[in-house]
Write a protein that binds this ligand. Structure first.
Ligand code: GRF
Length: 198
């Protein structure tokens, strides 16, 4: 089975997944064979290059919805993708994709959904909102992707403490550590349960 990784930015999660997943799924016929981004400057393109994974920049700007959906579907078909991992992908996944890949698209969110999710809640904005609200804890959520932002079924969550002297930067670091520790393992577990044949 083939996995596509979608990312818009630095791609630190994508990098850790590329490092860890082959070992976690050793013996399984699973390959990450596409990195897809919407951003020509995304750091994840260098990571794709380092790991020798084909990368594609998808054109989304100023296109009608049906053409955007067509662009995604065409690429996913071309690379025979069975499963999609979002790792910091900032564009909304079109309904045609969630319909074509039900329970086969996962995302990681840097907070404990359903709180602090939805449009505009990404990156620093999430951590700033958590600090402004005086929350005592935050965490990460891995969830299936449906047609509503940050809404699909929750698969995994783990929390961390928010300390009084935390800033958006220190909280971001704590969250990133949790993401790098857990996301690959959660993905591996989902894949083993959905595609059990070795
Ligand atoms: C992560 O915090 C993830 O939770 C969110 O986007 C960020 C991506 O970071 N969806 P990176 O590009 O993997 O470093």
């Amino acid at each position: 089975m083939n996995i596509a990784l979608f990312a818009s930015g630095t791609g630190s999660n994508a990098e850790v997944i590329l490092q860890k997943l082959p070992t976690l799924l050793y013996g399984y016929n699973v390959e990450i064979n596409l990195i897809l981004t919407n951003n020509t400057d995304a750091g994840v393109l260098n990571i794709a290059n380092q790991f020798g994974i084909p990368a594609q920049v998808i054109l989304l700007k100023n296109l009608p919805n049906n053409e955007i959906e067509g662009n995604y579907l065409q690429l996913l078909q071309q690379y025979e993708i069975d499963f999609i991992v979002l790792a910091g992908y900032l564009k909304k996944i079109p309904a045609a994709l969630t319909a074509a890949y039900p329970q086969k698209i996962v995302n990681i969110h840097p907070a404990l959904l359903p709180a602090y999710g939805g449009a505009g809640m990404y990156g620093r904005h999430v951590h700033e909102a958590i600090l402004a609200a005086g929350e005592k804890q935050s965490g990460i959520t891995v969830h299936y992707v449906d047609e509503v932002y940050d809404h699909g079924q929750i698969i995994f969550q783990v929390s961390c403490q928010v300390d009084v002297n935390d800033t958006a930067d220190t909280l971001a670091q704590k969250i990133q550590q949790l993401e790098h520790k857990h996301y690959s393992e959660v993905i591996a577990q989902i894949i083993v349960s959905q595609f059990p044949v070795k």
